[in-house]
Design a protein around this ligand. Sequence first.
Ligand code: ATP
Ligand code: MG
Length: 572
Amino acid sequence: MDVRDAERRTDGLFDAGVSREPNFLERIIADDLSSGRVTKVITRFPPEPNGHLHIGHAKSICLNFGLAERFGGECNLRFDDTNPTKEETEYVEAIKRDVAWLGASWAKLTYASDYFARFYEWALELVRAGKAYVDFQTPEEIRKNRGTLTEPGTDSPDRNTSVEENLALFEKMRRGDFADGECVLRAKIDMAHPNLNMRDPVLYRILHVAHHRTGDDWCIYPMYDFAHGYEDAIEGVTHSICTLEFEDHRPLYDWLLDNVSVPSRPHQYEFARLNLTYTVMSKRHLLELVTTGLVRGWDDPRLPTISGLRRRGYTPSAIRRFCALVGVAKANSMVEAEYLESILRDELNATAQRVMVVLRPLKMVLTNYPEDQVEEFEAENNPEDPSAGRRTVPFCRELWIERDDFEEVPPKGFFRLSPGKEVRLKHAYLVTCRDVIKDAEGNVTELHCTYDPATRGGDAPDGRKVKGTLHWVSARHAVPLEVRLYDRLFTRKDMSNLEEGKSFRDYLNPDSLVVCRSFGEPLLKNADPEARFQFLRQGYFCVDPDSTPECPVFNRTVSLKDSWAKEVRKRS
Ligand code: ATP
Ligand code: MG
């Protein structure tokens, strides 16, 4: 394929319609293809199955699968399952589901654990070449003797054990003759190297722990740094892309590949990880939120996990577009949560079915409307998309309106309903508030209004001005709903940088979930689980899997406007 054509395209799934300059990785790949260093681009997305994926992983998925797509190559989904203590099959399945949901199709599905026997052979190769040794120092001694940035490390007493003895010891490690932590296999590189990662890094450790795929076959497990490059080499990965914190590990990646005979020679490149405001992304924090019940599970709609975003109502296309727009950089930065929301809002504005839902209902009775009469009003399904057609909305004498749309003593500038005021009921009539009914405690329980039959459709023939327009639901036809209003999980913008002595728990937003007993138009009774709605004047909503035929449940995906900026000012 012509590299320049590849650079220009915007029609790929992961281009998401975004036209932009090629990023630094695309330039590198284009050069590699035109110089012939590479004939086919192979990338990989290598999650460790120790939790669910989050929006940061989505960026890595879009990048790796996007590069393969753009340059006519392939991308593998590889489970980097080298640490049996934290990994589970349940996570493997969740990750596969999330990657597929984002639209990525992997060329191969692979597991690092499938390569354990080959890793072991390469470790032996290093031992035989005198480039690795078994070290019996304690983990503390190893750490202490590594030295510092200004001081060189100290050689282990085991550093000069003979090759024969190391081969025998490593074999004993593998056989299970030693306990966890009794010894490790280390590379023999340079204890005075300016890069601490090169001061005889640990390659293998002993863990008498069953692995979710290999069971008890192994009691020694390779370290990430040892395994990763070899995984890439086995799979013929040409461009191994990881996040910036691995930049200092690249010399080790190269050393390991250059000191054994590998079937291919991959190269590592680093890009900046995605950080988002008002949330946490480290798996440790996400796991804590889930296991302590601070959220309802990995797919809680307040989490930045892909399963949480899906349940919240995010679409794969909005996430791909977000990743394409954020782009790929060499410097870490923080992306505003509002940016992600605005991309979704734009998409849903163009596609979502409009419907009227009263979140916090207040009864309105039209005292001059005939008891048994029912009318049907026509409404557009989506004013942004005429092809979405129209629907009818039933209307009768008793209606539900939004409690917030009535004020007995209206503040200045309040254009909604108050005693004696006239407002428009969307698609229907102009109504005037005549009487306010209250219970013994003085709470407003009902409004008695009159409608003007001459205003059918919502306009007054005499041209009188009516500012407020309210949404409503016919009480006789209303479908009871549970509506879950989600907000940010945390109140702090930069959760990666907390105040002294504080934990992320100190910033939990107590109002991150508000549940409403609501009423909606009849069409919500049998909503498709995949459908997306705009509840008029409220925001975008989706069906939650907790829905039952008796009580459909909806999640607020995103509000209509960005109300948070104002909210922050109010709170501070
Ligand atoms: P944690 O450290 O929380 O366990 P991780 O980054 O180690 O997370 P992995 O499963 O190892 O999680 O990540 C798989 C891939 O996703 C890696 O290539 C990693 O670089 C990438 N990735 C993870 N988080 C982000 C992020 N925030 N932005 C971009 N890429 C990310
Ligand atoms: Mg990792």
